[in-house]
Each structure stands twice: as C-alpha cells, then as structure tokens.
Design a protein around this ligand. Structure first.
Ligand SMILES: C[S@@+](CC[C@H](N)C(=O)[O-])C[C@H]1O[C@@H](n2cnc3c(N)ncnc32)[C@H](O)[C@@H]1O
Length: 226
C-alpha cells in the first residue's frame, strides 16, 4: 500500500496533454482490433472512463444499439480531441467531461468501458470502487489494460511497417516505449485484475489476454442488479 508521501513523490508515467497529438492520430492494427472488440459489447448509454482522445468514439457512435456516449478524462488536450472526433458524427449524442474519474458523480449507464487507463491510476482499487459506485445496477463494464507480459518493442516494430510515414509515428513510438519501461506503470496480471474487480463488487463474466500478443488483459463484468 502506498503512503501519502510516496504517492505524492511519484512521477506521472506520461504527460497526457503532451501525448495527445500523437496518441489521438496514430491507430496501429492492434489498437483497432481492441477498439472494435470493446465497442462490440456496448449498448444503450455508454460511459468511457479515461477516454483519452476518443479513439473508440467512431466505433461506438455508429452502433445502432447505442443511445449516448459519455467520455471522461483528466487531460484537457485529450478531451479537446475527443470532442473533435465526436463532432464528426451529426446528432452525436456524445458528451465529453474534463474531470478525474474519482470526481464524477453517478451516471445513468447501460454499458461502460475503460481502455488502458487502469495502469495509470495511482490507486486502482479506489478508482475501480468509484467506477462501480457511479454505474447503474446491471451495467456491463469492459476493462482492458496492459499486463506485465507486454512486448512493446515487438508490437511497435510490427506497427512501424504500416505507420512509418505517419507524421506523429516517431513521437508515438517514443512515448509508448517510455511508458512500457516506466516503474510507475501498474501492469498487473489477469488474476490480479479479476481479483480487484470482484473485491469492489463486479461480477466477472469473461476474461482473456488474447490481444496485444498476449500483453493485454480484457475483462467483461457487470454491476449486480439490485
Ligand atoms: C493511454 S491513455 C488511453 C486513452 C483511451 N482510453 C484510449 O485507449 O485511446 C490513458 C488516459 O487515461 C487518462 N487518465 C488517467 N488517470 C485518470 C483519472 N484518474 N481520471 C481521468 N482520466 C485519467 C489519461 O489522461 C489518458 O488520457
């Protein structure tokens, strides 16, 4: 357990505002597969915790079964880009909230997601508990986050074949390599993630580490009905 002092001394694993340009515009095939997979579980009123630049928005807002999308992120630059993406969809039924997840109130939801935000959280138990409390009973929640088996250099080498000429590729690659070796990135095993989700009160339905060459945990769970 972190003491107050060690949390305060922690170096953030990335400056998400500075990363917003490259992160929002580069979409390697592995990320595309992840976004498509997670979106396929989303229906009704969707909430995205740590939405970043809204890369998943096109896959969510084009689903007939989706009513609304709410994205939450603590980076102003990321939220600005997510808003830009959402504005491409007329009658987009999207709202973007610039806030820490821990500071948002209960949201009417049918499904929810969080992609690669967990490993950034200083206190994952606290943030997961808050998410659990925010969501409506019966909500399906899909969480995806990098695990310790990630081979980031290999994934980036593969992605470079398709993205080498992209104007933000070099920056994207550098950021991801830095994140993958950061001592402050909380990459956890699938068992640890499942354990935490159960501890805060989610019912776990499916779990695998198939994406990102085995380096990404994906868990589908739900908030119990009253
Ligand atoms: C690696 S990015 C992932 C963004 C997006 N989910 C995606 O997959 O494209 C991580 C995001 O989590 C956000 N984040 C981290 N901790 C947060 C918190 N406590 N509250 C809100 N956003 C947070 C960061 O600002 C960043 O945009």
């Amino acid at each position: 357990m972190d003491t107050e002092m060690s949390v305060a001394e922690r170096t953030p694993i990335a400056n998400w505002d500075a990363y917003a340009n490259s992160f929002s515009s580069v979409m390697p095939e592995q990320m595309l597969r992840l976004n498509r997979t997670v979106a396929s579980y989303m229906d009704g009123n969707v909430v995205d915790f740590g939405c970043g630049g809204g890369k998943i928005i096109p896959f969510i807002l084009t689903r007939d079964s989706v009513n609304t999308y709410t994205g939450i992120d603590s980076s102003a630059q990321m939220i600005e880009r997510a808003r830009w993406v959402a504005n491409h969809y007329t009658q987009s039924r999207a709202q973007l909230i610039h806030s820490r997840i821990e500071d948002v109130d209960s949201i009417h939801s049918d499904s929810a997601l969080s992609i690669n935000s967990y490993y950034v959280w200083e206190d994952s138990f606290l943030v997961l508990s808050h998410i659990r409390r925010c969501l409506s009973p019966g909500t399906r929640f899909v969480i995806a986050t990098i695990n310790p088996d990630i081979n980031m250099p290999a994934l980036l080498d593969d992605a470079e074949k398709e993205l080498i000429a992209h104007p933000h590729w070099a920056e994207f690659k550098e950021h991801n390599l830095k994140i993958s070796v950061s001592e402050n990135a909380n990459f956890v095993s699938l068992d640890t993630l499942i354990g935490e989700l159960r501890e805060v009160g989610f019912c776990v339905q499916e779990a695998n580490s198939e994406l990102y060459g085995g380096g990404l945990n994906l868990v589908v769970c739900s908030v119990p009905n009253l």
